[in-house]
Design a protein around this ligand. Structure first.
Ligand SMILES: [Zn+2]
Length: 349
């Protein structure tokens, strides 16, 4: 298990009650009526967030939430709603870009407060939102038991079927003067949707347009330092490239990443992502060509992923000391990315 998660499991702060009084860290873009709530993922800032899209019409402020990190985020998101004078019962939609636990595991907790909300999800994810047993069981294998998963991401409980609605590719859902178009996107996971807010021409990409660490940008003054995430088990490098190009072609003015915040130079970021994804894909092809044995695959890919990240980080930090700090932070990503490529090689190549 990853060191950062082990430390978190041991710490006192896993108790969601500790967060009830917390003043949530938010970014509010008034011109688009979009708020980013920092969900304090495993006790860290600027890693994972939930977006609040406020209504732009109507007498009472309503909203839709996009992604919700985990069960610990529920009090944080509720505090954020309060901060912006939105009643929990005025949450119309709880949208999950995909059902990975770091995006969706706050949903059942939020529904206890947001009594009028409907959950919008990809058709392949809907049944796992209604009954999370299988989702939690597979996470239990990674995190050393169901108790650990509940402690890290929960409480995750069943959701009644009538609260969950599948969205089809291209479907437009209107609320509060906004039009949200849902786009099915392969590459990161088979149950992923991106959301195009047509009113502000903003796109919410979940994990399909890379991830970024705002801490890096303070050093380099380059706000578009991104890399692709290839977590198991649905990653497909070829589809991931197609998705980046597909999203780029929509020509959004900005793309809001779940991890973390908005990016504005869409073409530059798309080029960087395609280049990186091609490197990931090459790692897979090389492993296949060299006929690496299954039990040696993870070590093989991890070595390549590690050196790719090393080179990448060296290009974005200022000195060796920072390089080591960032490399330590990235360990979790390197590990998960490698596992995702191994799964792809073993099952789809
Ligand atoms: Zn994901």
């Amino acid at each position: 298990m990853l060191k950062i998660i082990q430390q978190f499991l041991k710490s006192e702060s896993t108790n969601p009650k500790d967060l009830k009084e917390l003043d949530p860290k938010c970014n509010y873009w008034e011109e688009w009526e979009i708020i980013l709530v920092d969900c304090n993922y495993f006790g860290m800032d600027d890693i994972a967030g939930s977006y609040i899209l406020k209504s732009i019409e109507g007498e009472e402020t309503k909203c839709a939430l996009i992604d919700n990190t985990n069960g610990r985020s529920v009090p944080i998101i509720l505090n954020a709603l309060k901060k912006y004078s939105i009643k929990p019962e005025n949450v119309e939609y709880i949208i999950v870009t995909h059902i990975h636990l770091d995006h969706s595991s706050g949903t059942s907790g939020l529904l206890k407060h947001c009594s009028n909300a409907t959950v919008l999800v990809h058709p392949r994810g809907a049944r796992h939102m209604v009954d999370p047993t299988r989702l939690m069981e597979s996470a239990a294998k990674v995190y050393g038991g169901i108790d650990n998963v509940q402690k890290l991401y929960g409480p995750v409980t069943k959701i009644s079927e009538e609260k969950v609605r599948s969205v089809s590719d291209g479907e437009i859902i209107e609320f509060g003067g906004r039009k949200l178009q849902f786009i099915h996107t392969l590459g990161h996971a088979k149950h992923h949707v991106c959301i195009h807010d047509l009113h502000t021409n903003s796109l919410f990409s979940g994990d399909n347009f890379g991830i970024r660490l705002p801490a890096l940008h303070k050093q380099k003054h380059d706000h578009e330092i991104v890399w692709p995430t290839s977590t198991p088990i649905g990653f497909d490098p070829e589809e991931a490239i197609k998705t980046v190009v597909k999203l780029q072609k929509l020509q959004p003015d900005r793309i809001f990443l779940a991890h973390y915040g908005p990016i504005f130079q869409i073409d530059l970021v798309a080029n960087r992502l395609v280049k990186a994804l091609n490197c990931y894909w090459d790692m897979c092809k090389q492993a296949k060509e060299e006929q690496i044995k299954p039990k040696e695959l993870l070590q093989y890919v991890h070595k390549k992923m590690n050196s790719w990240f090393n080179e990448f980080i060296r290009s974005v930090v200022e000195n060796e000391e920072q390089e080591q700090i960032v490399m330590e932070l990235m360990k979790a990503d390197i590990e998960l990315n490698s596992q995702g490529l191994v799964f792809y090689i073993l099952h789809f190549m």
